[in-house]
Design a protein around this ligand. Sequence first.
Ligand code: IPM
Ligand code: MN
Length: 356
Amino acid sequence: MNLNIAVLPGDGIGPEIIEQALRVTKVVCQKFGHKLFTRTALVGAAAIDQVGNPYPDETHNLCMNSDAVLFGAIGHPRFDNDPSAKVRPEQGLLAMRKKLGLYANIRPVTIFESLLDKSPLKRDRVEGVDFVAIRELTGGIYFGQPQGRSEDGNTAFDSSVYTRMEVERILELAFRFAMKRRKKLTIVDKANVLATSRLWRQIAKETEPQFPEVEVEYMFVDNAAMQIIQWPKKFDVMVTENMFGDILTDEASVITGSMGLLPSASIGIHTSVFEPIHGSYPQAAGKNIANPCATILSAAMMFEYAFSLMEEGALIRKAVEASIVAGAVTEELCEDKSKAFSTSEVGDWIVDYLSK
Ligand code: IPM
Ligand code: MN
């Protein structure tokens, strides 16, 4: 098979982790006889610096003309510390999601047996955790208008907006996911306060009869935040709106022992994007210490979701698991920091394993 991949390294640790994910992708393609074509493009702060736009048209055209996008991370402290900046790196990521119509962000939360003791939760709470968080990605408060400031600058406002169409398509996708898994769907909202949540709940109730086998549970987001750390095993598929999903999946990621382990797939109308859920970790940029596994696992999702190459995806996951068991891990997962592997050494280990 021919794989045409757009590579968007972005900011901070983005280029380093993407490099390792690409090495892994290459070796898997060689092993299975696929032809890999990659083209790299600008996004985020790097794109602002070079062309003044965090998601340049050229990058968008490349994404549109590729089979999949492998994405690193974006964000830079220079912008975080300057609330008056007119153009921000994050706008690039949001524009990409919107223009590619990527309305569903799939974030699997699974535990590596060998990392159980790294979890901040007790072993018996996390052993066997296996759920998928589905985050709506192109609506809600991150995109709603009006957004801005009053003329005197003393009032600011964001709007959370959802249309029936947006809610229907994400809920349908979530029900279908549940059907392929343990058939349990938790719908997270704040229907006791928010009008958008009440629309979600209404549409969810209307959708339920189409999927009689799926056990549906409705949960307020504050309660969900609590349940994720108390009883994470009870979840199978969780679906929620954009901002709740952003927050809850960060929370969910740390129960696995490291934020550097969780991949994601953003799917929808045009080309799918595969990216780690963590950010650009600027403190580590250029130091070769960041964990590349979330990005490598995102490449695994790419094989599966973009190309239906399930065996390839499974093999990458197996290789990552083996590297963790072997102790080929970056410093945040290492008891004894002097034994920590660097970003590229983790890549070496996994590539070696896959080459055998
Ligand atoms: C994520 C990130 C982004 C988001 C930021 C960088 C805009 O936190 O992918 O979760 O909030 O969606
Ligand atoms: Mn986030």
